[in-house]
Write a protein that binds this ligand. Structure first.
Ligand SMILES: Nc1ncnc2c1ncn2[C@@H]1O[C@H](COP(=O)(O)OP(=O)(O)OP(=O)(O)O)[C@@H](O)[C@H]1O
Length: 289
């Protein structure tokens, strides 16, 4: 299995700086969520990793071998992205054969099984597929690629709830089977939060967080109750977010919870949800989820 190490990565488009001095490691055999507001640079980072675009500075290595150098390790990675990187006149089954030429471990049996499970007609031309099925073809090819690192950039674009659920199930089952590294970049955080082991949050050209989901969530807590009591609890604490509901106040707070004080004030303590915490940590920086 493969580890991706990124060091000092910088990328600007003209005068627009997107990524500044990024240091990151994608450890082998983990499921990562790559999160960030619209336009923050998630696709740019993924396109740099897969050498579809080039950095201004910095290095990316897979298992210690630099991307773009001799012994290029890119065949260890398959990246599904919004852009179609194959002739759209092809039929679905032709695309499977074509991909197998580039990815020798392409699992045709898995591709055929998933084609049936998603109700996709393998004889259809890719350009004639609906938005959802155009995404599904790319998901199937990525899941069947046999690559050690599977990257999904906006994987569920246009997929209905049933197909999204099938995709998440297939990711987990492939991960259980092969232990591959999976990177999911999506705005539908609530749906994937149970799948993720680690999270990387990009914000303002930098990495705001890169850690296990549990580690991130444990650094914050939510408290709610009568407004006066909650305000008393919040005094002297780092408050990330507050929300009023009539006479009640709920707040997201950095640091460990004080259970004794919360009990004394008759307050309810809860672990934050990943999506809520993400919104609170990145809000007010423009764009919408
Ligand atoms: N080819 C390009 N030329 C100029 N600017 C670009 C190009 N590609 C991306 N950008 C800009 O770089 C920034 C980051 O874009 P990117 O697509 O990486 O963000 P993202 O986090 O994937 O966004 P989203 O969640 O909306 O898909 C944006 O400001 C975007 O307009």
């Amino acid at each position: 299995m493969a580890t991706i190490a990124i060091h000092g990565l910088c990328k600007s488009y003209g005068k627009t700086e997107v990524l500044r001095d990024i240091d990151l490691t994608f450890e082998e055999g983990r499921i990562y969520g790559l999160l960030g507001r619209n336009g923050v640079g998630k696709s740019t980072l993924l396109n740099l990793i897969t050498r579809r675009i080039f950095p201004d500075r910095g290095e990316i290595a897979v298992d210690g071998v630099p991307v773009g150098g001799p012994g290029d390790p890119l065949r260890k990675i398959y990246c599904m992205s919004e852009a179609a990187l194959y002739p759209e006149n092809m039929r679905v089954a032709e695309l499977y054969r074509w991909t197998a030429d580039f990815y020798p471990h392409f699992d045709r049996a898995r591709a055929d099984r998933l084609t049936a499970a998603f109700g996709l007609d393998p004889k259809k031309r890719i350009k004639s597929l609906s938005t959802g099925y155009a995404s599904i073809v790319k998901l199937i090819v990525t899941l069947s690629s046999g690559a050690e690192v599977l990257i999904f950039d906006e994987p569920v674009l246009g997929l209905d709830a049933g197909h999204r659920s099938l995709f998440y199930k297939e990711v987990l089952s492939l991960y259980g089977e092969k232990g591959c590294t999976v990177v999911l970049s999506t705005h539908i955080i609530e749906e994937i939060s149970d799948l993720l082991e680690s999270v990387i949050i990009l914000e303002d050209c930098r990495v705001l967080a890169s850690e296990s989901v549990d580690g991130l969530l444990e650094r914050y807590h939510c408290v709610s109750g009568a407004e006066g009591e909650v305000m008393g609890y919040l005094s002297g604490r780092e408050v990330v977010h507050t929300e009023r509901m009539g006479p009640y106040l709920s707040a997201t707070v950095a640091g460990p919870a004080d259970r004794e004080q919360a009990d004394r004030l008759n307050l309810t303590l809860m672990r934050p949800k990943l999506q809520d915490l993400f919104i609170h940590l990145t809000q007010g920086k423009g764009g919408t989820l």
